[in-house]
Design a protein around this ligand. Structure first.
Ligand code: SF4
Length: 398
């Protein structure tokens, strides 16, 4: 198997109907230790031969088992571990392959007479007699991809690419680089889909996730020591999704209760105190030891956003504060204790589809909304990207 998101993989997966059905049966076929084998080797640096030789079915289910586990924390060290290990596994196979038609890339084979001879001679270095034939093969423009598809995957400069008639022509290494990007995107997309159904996944995936976490902590130990834990941390407003920024600025009367009480309250509370709930039906008291963080960091932001509404929400409806506590899981109250958490459900942020259905005016997607399906994952993704940026800055400064 060259690509778990490619055409061949999709045909195999089709037999299972939905992804939920596939994830239901995986635990009957593969143990947790076996699934973890796919990532455990990363520290040693070399992909073990027996993993490269997995049969298609084993390869596919061990990969999708890991994706199922990532549904419990779509952006974090676990994601990085799974991405890096699997990228290396598939890359090792792709580099040995001569047929890329199986990859999840909308590419076409280039015909022999398709390009001007002069261009080919220069780009494919055909006059360079000193180059061995295997070296020359690297320069052959064998595949093309429509420019619009290319730009979806490669947002960097087009420098170094040969473009003609609305297509980008690719040599082998350019194609592989593009595949790496598509693999990362496809993984993100898949994990975001699974994030929505994580409540329905068998316990197996939560256990697998714990195993992944342990390996990831060991693998990225130095980074963790430098940056601290990627779990609960002060809110970073600049990384919030557009819908939350709109609510923070205050919304008109028809949107106030949904925007402030349902969306903002759930978003801020999970983002601040429990970005990756470790279990289903999590309660606030599972994540914090006293209510200080809610009273001093979350509630003031909610009240200020309510005051910016027109008319101001809490002046108009003073009891709405009780409803805020209700949505945080403390029941309908003004004076909660930590022990009260669990008296009502701690509402999870609604997904984007629900937001669009309930309050379409709040959804003004930006580029980063493309791969997520919930405002919380938007924020987690941005935190993850920031921490990667900080990592590379840190490394450059060393
Ligand atoms: S796509 Fe989702 S995260 Fe983005 S603005 Fe719309 S609701 Fe918010």
């Amino acid at each position: 198997m060259l690509d778990p998101f490619g055409k061949h993989a999709q045909e195999i997966l089709k037999e299972f109907g939905s992804i939920n059905d596939l994830l239901e049966v995986i635990p009957n076929h593969i143990g947790i230790d076996m699934a973890l084998e796919r990532v455990k080797w990363l520290k040693s640096g070399e992909v073990p031969q027996h993993i490269l030789r997995f049969d298609e079915w084993k390869d596919l289910i061990s990969f999708y088992a890991l994706l199922g586990a990532l549904a419990f924390s779509p952006y974090g060290l676990e994601m990085e571990l799974v991405k890096e290990a699997n990228l290396r596994i598939y890359l090792a196979r792709i580099e040995k392959s001569r047929n890329f038609s199986e990859l999840a890339l909308p590419i076409e084979k280039v015909q022999a007479d398709e390009l001007p001879r002069k261009d080919r001679t220069i780009l494919e270095k055909s006059l360079h007699k000193e180059l061995p034939s295997e070296e020359k093969e690297k320069y052959l423009l064998q595949y093309k991809i429509a420019l619009k598809d290319f730009l979806m995957l490669n947002e960097d400069s087009l420098k170094g690419f040969y473009i003609k008639g609305g297509y980008v022509y690719l040599n082998r290494s350019q194609l592989i680089e593009l595949w790496k990007r598509s693999f990362g995107r496809n993984m993100e997309r898949a994990v975001n889909i699974l994030y929505e159904i994580r409540e329905e996944l068998p316990q197996y995936y939560m256990e697998l996730y714990s195993g992944l976490s342990e390996i990831a902590r060991e693998q990225f130990k130095e980074r963790l020591e430098r940056l601290g834990s990627a779990t609960a941390q002060p809110l970073r407003f600049e990384l919030f999704p557009p819908c939350i920024k709109i609510v923070l600025n205050g919304v008109p009367s028809g949107l106030r209760n949904y925007g402030i009480t349902v969306l903002l309250t759930s978003f801020l509370s999970y983002a601040r105190i429990c970005p990756n709930p470790s279990k289903r039906d999590v309660k606030v008291k599972d994540c914090i030891k006293d209510l200080k963080v809610i009273k001093e960091e979350i509630l003031p932001v909610i009240v200020q956003a309510g005051n910016r509404c027109s008319p101001p929400l809490f002046q108009d409806q003073p009891n709405e504060i009780k409803n805020i506590w209700y949505h945080l899981g403390f029941g309908y109250t003004l004076e909660p204790n930590l022990e009260d958490s669990g008296s009502s459900t701690w509402y999870f942020p609604p997904n984007c589809e629900k937001i669009r259905a309930s309050a379409p005016q709040l959804c003004k997607p930006d580029r980063d909304c493309r791969y997520i399906r919930n405002p919380l994952t938007y924020y987690l993704r941005k935190l993850y990207l920031e921490s990667k940026k900080e990592k590379s800055t840190g490394e450059n400064n060393e």
